[in-house]
Design a protein around this ligand. Structure first.
Ligand code: TAP
Length: 493
């Protein structure tokens, strides 16, 4: 399979993946690799290239050439769209293999990995069919003038993505950029990047010309920093932590370019006393359990009206106690977390909350027989969580749910807005007026009214405010991030 240049025997077969630059698989110039471990058992099962600044230089040059001189830059929007849609089709045809790889690489349960492949394919279908639908305006101006606007691709776009949904993130960040005609360089996360590499091989089969998609794997502080600081990149797209997002934004500023940043959240779900709890609670539970809570839009704070607080907590306690984390192929509620470091980080949050005296209401289990080396954390439910505590305000990025009581509508809105983040929110009530009032007052990029979709909806503009970042991915709006308007002013007298 393309993307894997060699297979080494060391007890287990360990495959080595290389970088993809200018339409070919290339060994990293530094000659080094990085081990890839499965979160399910902690075993090394693959190696990836440790790309460095020289590999990034080559990748950016290849993208520049593809954009300015190569076949990619010459394609019409219709032709680009067809290639994107073909890739969507190929992802669908290979979905089961890709899902198996994704689950092993990220530790996520198989059913989640399968759903991710549907979404990954959908990004290419959606943006493939949108490629020829972004067009300019004619603008009434002074007598004797005609004015037209043209949305132009930025040129070479740099993309840095995280490990939580590698295949989906590949589609989310690259598909709109490619649909607009940009040539791209991607640095996926070192902890999980095998499906992006496999999908890159499928992209070749789909007909993407050399240089349209370049992928350099490796460490964030090497390949990632080299890409984001590269002087010949015209736009950056990043998803990950606020700390690295700040570095990306500084790098963009140094090069006078724009960027879109998606940096996570502490997203609230507000449950009023008149809510349909039968409908709400399964959704509330799933919004934190999905992907082991390693979802930027996880519904990690549940705000419950005081009068139903005890009832809601009782139900959640029951359901949390029944949750189990285990290996990806056993398809339980949660898998192992991405790395030992991430598991330690999440356990740190749980221990500090307990030390601070926040009641630990329920704990799920780790499956009997789960491999010792796996990075499992039993789901945890805390409440009532003080609003100014670390657990009440910081993103845990694990299967840990905080429940907080509120007094009335104003108090609910105040609490919902009382973190530095603002990504997604949910409101549950049978009062239609309240749904809209609260929907408008909560500061975030996306709010579900009597529902919640952690990470869902390729068609829906998605992004944050404040520490959750800026710019919008997904939906048609993402196309507009990846172009800039040129205005043609014709003085014809
Ligand atoms: P980050 O360090 O932000 O990693 C995200 C991406 O940025 C990865 O591809 C990473 O590469 C790269 N990167 C790291 N340092 C970089 C640098 N100096 N310049 C350019 N790129 C760089 O996230 P993490 O360490 O994986 O996770 C830390 C925390 O971030 C998590 O606990 C969670 O709270 C949050 N997080 C949020 C999200 C979302 S979706 N909002 C996703 C992941 C994590 P390497 O992986 O190779 O270092």
């Amino acid at each position: 399979m393309a993307g894997r240049t060699s297979a080494e025997r060391a007890g287990n077969s360990v495959e080595t993946y290389s970088n993809f630059i200018d339409g070919e698989w290339r060994e990293p110039q530094g000659g080094e690799t990085v081990d890839v471990m499965s979160p399910s058992d902690g075993q090394v099962f693959a190696k990836i290239a440790r790309g460095n600044a020289k590999d990034i230089d080559q990748a950016v040059a290849a993208a520049r050439n593809a954009f300015e001189e190569g076949d990619w830059g010459r394609l019409s929007a219709v032709e680009r769209g067809r290639i994107l849609m073909k890739l969507g089709e190929l992802i669908t045809q290979n979905a089961e293999d890709l899902a198996q790889l994704e689950a092993r690489d990220t530790g996520k349960p198989m059913s989640q990995a399968r759903a991710d492949m549907v979404a990954a394919a959908r990004y290419f279908e959606y943006y493939g069919s949108a490629a020829d639908k972004v067009h300019g305006d004619t603008i009434p101006f002074m007598q004797g003038y005609s004015v037209t606007t043209i949305p132009e691709p930025h040129g070479v776009t740099g993309h840095v993505i995280p490990w939580n949904y590698p295949a989906q993130m590949f589609g989310r960040t690259l598909a709109p950029a490619l649909a607009m005609g940009n040539a791209t360089v991607l640095k996926p996360a070192e902890e999980a990047c095998l499906t992006p590499l496999r999908i890159t091989a499928l992209a070749q089969e789909a007909g993407f010309p050399a240089g349209a998609i370049n992928v350099v794997t490796g460490l964030g502080e090497e390949a990632g920093a080299a890409l984001s600081g590269h002087g010949d990149i015209n736009f950056l797209a990043f998803t990950g932590s606020p700390e690295v997002g700040t570095l990306i934004q500084k790098a963009a500023a140094e090069n006078y370019i724009g960027c879109v940043l998606e940096l996570g959240g502490k997203s609230p779900q507000i449950i009023f006393a008149d809510a349909d709890l039968e409908a709400a609670l399964p959704v509330v539970l799933n919004a934190i359990v999905q992907n082991g809570g390693q979802t930027c839009s996880a519904g990690s704070r549940v705000l419950v009206e005081q009068s139903i607080f005890d009832d809601v907590v009782d139900t959640l306690k029951d359901r949390f106690s029944g949750l189990t984390a285990g290996p990806h192929d056993t398809d339980l509620n949660c898998g192992g977390l991405i790395s030992a470091g991430q598991a330690k980080r999440v356990i740190g949050f749980i221990e500090r909350a307990e030390q601070a005296g926040i009641p630990l209401l329920a704990r799920g289990k780790i499956a009997a027989g789960a491999p010792e080396g796996g990075h499992y954390v039993a789901p945890a439910l805390f409440g009532p969580v003080p609003e100014n505590s670390e657990m009440g305000r910081e993103e845990v990025f694990g299967p840990v749910l905080s429940v907080l009581p509120f007094k009335d509508e104003d108090d609910a809105v105040r609490l919902a807005n009382d973190t530095d983040y603002g990504l997604v929110a949910g409101v549950w009530t049978s009062d239609a007026g309240r749904l809209m009032r609260v929907g408008k007052r909560v500061k975030c990029g996306q709010i579900f009214l009597n529902g919640y979709g952690a990470g869902g909806g390729i068609e829906l503009p998605f992004g944050g405010v404040r520490k959750s970042g800026h710019g919008r991915e997904k939906g048609f709006e993402a196309m507009l991030e990846f172009c800039a308007t040129k205005t043609l002013v014709h003085n014809h007298g």
